[in-house]
Design a protein. Structure first.
Lengths: 321, 519
């Protein structure tokens, strides 16, 4: 009888690589924190930690949606534009109350997601092309809605969203944490989550297995749009202004970076939610470290590139047999 | 074709290709243990063994995909440490793989001449000349197609011929064929053997990997039997009788093999009751023409016919993944919504696809998640899956189908072909289907697993399932089916039951209608 599948201890090299793939991001974060504690004055202060976490919260939220999309072997380039759209919509509807304004902003994100998802799922447009349309068009629309102007936001309830805390933790961070848990639960525990991953792993097989492939794809893009809109709302609250021309610029790249560094392969079929959060944190931490030591942002970008390469290399190593 | 001096195989010739004491380990697992293989010019050498015996690894070592940990590969008396497959190809070692390594979206001609396209001035591809050359080359392989079409528009068999033609036309000295006939029709197999004879005459050495004994005995001179990474037999094939060969491959007692026969079908089950599946007037332009068939519970209906006859298309139409122009399917009397795989699955139709890798397994997922995939909705409440229920069902089927894995969480991609096939079967059985459509269920899996899958098919039919069996292995088709419906050109041309149901019967039905239509 053929016995190709027998558990055998792996040698040290392969084990190290597997470990790096699974925990490399976390190890890197831990190492960076230790280094900072030693070399960066005032790093461990509450104030600094709060600032870092508040800054990274929108990236985390957008990255969660991006991780789902990438899990289906897709990509969503429109997330930055969705943030712009959300921020453009808010001042228009603040007159009806904060709740209404936020709701409209979120509906805007869902609408963009519906268009993206429909193009991908029903018209079979490649994700990169479909979402590129809204990457361009979405921000254009946002600027039209806002009349191309930056508007200050004065509504105190909304501003509280960006600045108040829950048991000492800034609200945006709480929102990001709750969403992380929710998305992780969706991926792990729901039919939708399992189907999403399978579709990314082998779409033909998923169709043949009777999975509602189109519905799942549509929903994935809707979720990505929704999450990007949430990030847009939080960013607006924190910046105390609606600036659709600059909010969320390059956000799609930050999100993709976080997802990839977190160990989710661009080829789909796997989603690592916690890894994605860690990926976003790592990038933030690197940037903060370099800036605190008076190195320009451009250096941070180059370091970011190295981290992406390292992540992709580690991911490849495991499948290179 | 330009080739080195023609020589006939002859024991006195120095070996053309030699693998000496090859040892290869994968992360600690010994895949090849001092394997030695030597080929003379013009020799066709059978390389056999079950999946996991080390055939693929040995081929990969010879073609430069893997570096051996010990030992060496020698070509024409010189050490040949191929750095990569390209290096091996340049030296004249060409492999035609089981999973065809071509570019499906490029034209047939481009695929055939990839990297060697005829050029015009400025380095532009001379399309006209390329098409002519390609058409001429393929014609000599018995493939007549429009070479401008994308490769994927061809059937699997024709694609494989293109792969072979490509390999051979690149000044090959050693050609390695891995399961070359697994998707070929008898007629195409003849063409292939003609090509192999030609290679032999040109002094090219061929390593021939196959699970089909008939073919081995017809075409091969020498044989190497591998088991668990070791050579268990080496010599002339003529000196080895079939039963002995099978027992060497399986590592089992000759008497045991004899008592089990060649296939594992009992053919004992008896169909009963009203048809559970009724397909009527399935029509899809260019593919299917008014195909109707019914299957009763406990019945195995075979689909016979040549490649492109519409067998796979019929199965896909029933499963709701082939767009239909007309016709419909009912399961247990209830109509199934047309063109919806989801509706078909819900109605109890399960399709085990022909191309396991591309259409079946989800390589990034574990054995467990692959098994649970189709049954997820029924294993969940309000969209939230129950791990306990999944674990239970996965355990049940892993045990029942004897799936060999380190555990439910092993990545499915690490399993052998036979075990992957069982995982797919388990995926479907978990949905408690009424109709099982099996498209080449034993293709490319080793002898032992093949027998197990065949026995399973039997068992499932006996348990009350309606089974549609598609197999290019005529023996399997005839022994496994209670009834065979023969297709040609997308239409039903005959049906064989009882005493008529023999291999000759099926071939006669196909042949008779071929002649009728041609004349």
């Amino acid at each position: 009888m053929s016995d190709t599948a027998v558990a055998l201890p792996r040698p040290a090299g392969a084990r190290t690589l597997a470990w790096l793939q699974n925990y490399g991001v976390y190890a890197a974060i831990a190492a960076l924190i230790v280094v900072n504690i030693v070399i960066t004055p005032h790093f461990i202060s509450t104030e600094n930690l709060r600032t870092q976490l508040v800054q990274v919260a929108p990236v985390v939220i957008v990255s969660l949606g991006m991780a789902l999309v990438i899990g289906t072997e897709g990509v969503d380039l429109s997330v930055g534009s969705v943030m712009a759209l959300a921020t453009a919509l808010i001042p228009l509807y603040l007159g009806y109350g904060v709740g209404a304004a936020i709701l409209v902003a979120l509906v805007g994100g869902v609408a963009v997601g519906l268009v993206n998802g429909s193009l991908v799922a029903f018209v079979n447009v490649q994700p990169i092309v479909a979402t590129l349309c809204l990457f361009v068009g979405g921000r254009g629309l946002a600027l039209v809605i806002a009349g191309g102007r930056l508007k200050d936001v004065h509504d105190t309830t909304l501003l509280d969203l960006g600045s108040s805390s829950l048991v000492g933790i800034p609200l945006p961070v709480v929102v990001a944490a709750v969403l992380t848990v929710l998305v992780a639960g969706v991926v792990r525990r729901t039919t939708f989550g399992r189907q999403l991953v399978a579709i990314g792993g082998n779409r033909t097989a998923s169709v043949l297995s009777g999975l509602p492939v189109r519905r799942v794809l549509l929903l994935v893009y809707v979720l990505s749009g929704l999450l990007a809109a949430v990030a847009g709302v939080l960013a607006t609250a924190r910046l105390q202004a609606s600036d659709p021309s600059s909010l969320g610029l390059l956000m799609e790249l930050s999100a993709i970076t976080a997802v990839v560094v977190g160990g989710t392969p661009l080829t789909g079929g796997r989603v690592r939610v916690l890894g994605t959060v860690a990926g976003a944190l790592l990038i933030q931490l690197v940037r903060a470290t370099l800036i605190k030591h008076n190195l320009p942002d451009s250096v941070a970008q180059m370091v970011q590139a190295v981290i992406i390469l390292a992540a992709v290399y580690a991911a490849r190593g495991g499948t290179g047999r | 074709m330009t080739d080195p001096v023609p020589e006939q195989a002859n024991a006195g010739d120095p070996p053309l290709l030699e693998a000496r004491d090859i040892v290869k380990r994968f992360t600690g697992v010994l895949a090849l243990d001092r394997v030695t293989l030597s080929l003379r010019p013009g020799e066709v050498h059978a390389l056999v063994g079950e999946n996991g015996a080390g055939k693929s690894t040995l081929i990969k070592v010879i073609t430069g995909v893997h570096r051996p940990d010990e030992g060496e590969v020698r070509l024409a008396g010189r050490t040949a440490g191929f750095a990569d497959p390209l290096d091996a190809q340049r030296a004249g070692v060409q492999a035609v793989h089981q999973e065809i390594g071509l570019v499906p979206d490029l034209s047939v001609a481009r695929n055939l001449l990839l990297g060697r396209e005829p050029r015009r001035a400025l380095g532009l591809i001379d399309t006209r000349r390329m098409h002519q050359t390609a058409a001429r080359t393929l014609e000599s392989y018995g493939v007549r197609v429009d070479v401008r079409l994308p490769l994927r528009s061809l059937g699997v068999g024709a694609q494989q011929m293109v792969a072979l033609a490509r390999a051979v036309s690149v000044d090959a000295r050693v050609v390695i064929m891995d399961e070359p006939t697994s998707s070929l029709e008898p007629r195409e197999v003849e063409t292939l053997f003609g090509v192999i004879d030609r290679l032999r005459g040109q002094g090219i050495a061929v390593i021939y990997v196959s699970h089909r004994l008939d073919e081995l005995y017809r075409i091969c001179d020498g044989v190497t039997v591998l088991r668990d990474g070791r050579v268990v037999h080496q010599g002339a094939l003529a000196d080895l009788d079939r039963l002995r060969l099978v027992s060497l491959m399986l590592g089992r007692d000759v008497a045991q093999v004899r008592s089990e026969g060649v296939t594992r079908f009992s053919g004992a089950h008896e169909a009963s009751g009203r048809p559970v599946l009724e397909a009527s007037g399935l029509t899809s332009r260019h593919l299917l023409d008014d195909v109707s068939l019914t299957i009763r519970p406990r019945e195995v209906v075979g689909l016979g016919g040549l490649l492109g006859a519409g067998r796979t298309e019929t199965a896909k139409a029933i499963a709701g993944v082939l767009p239909l122009d007309a016709g419909g399917v009912t399961v247990a009397g209830l109509p199934v919504r047309r063109g919806s795989a989801t509706a078909a699955v819900r109605a109890g139709i399960a399709l085990l696809p022909e191309d396991r890798k591309a259409e079946g397994i989800v390589p990034t997922l574990s054995v467990r998640d692959n098994i649970a995939l189709a049954a997820l909705p029924r294993l969940a409440r309000a969209g939230v899956v129950s791990d306990a229920r999944i674990d239970r069902i996965v355990e049940t089927f892993m045990k029942r189908l004897r799936i060999k894995a380190t555990g439910p969480h092993q990545p499915v991609a690490e399993l052998s072909g036979g075990n992957q096939q069982k995982v797919l079967l388990a995926r479907w059985l978990a949905t408690e289907p009424k109709v099982l459509l099996l498209d080449e269920p034993t293709r490319g899996i080793d002898v032992g697993a093949k027998a197990e899958v065949q026995a399973l098919v039997d068992e499932l039919a006996e348990a009350g399932l309606a089974v549609l069996l598609i197999s290019s292995d005529l023996e399997e088709l005839v022994e496994g089916s209670d009834r065979v419906v023969v297709l040609r050109g997308g239409a039903v041309v005959g049906e064989l039951t009882g005493d008529e149901l023999t291999e000759e019967g099926v071939m006669t039905t196909i042949a008779a209608h071929t002649r009728e239509n041609a004349g």
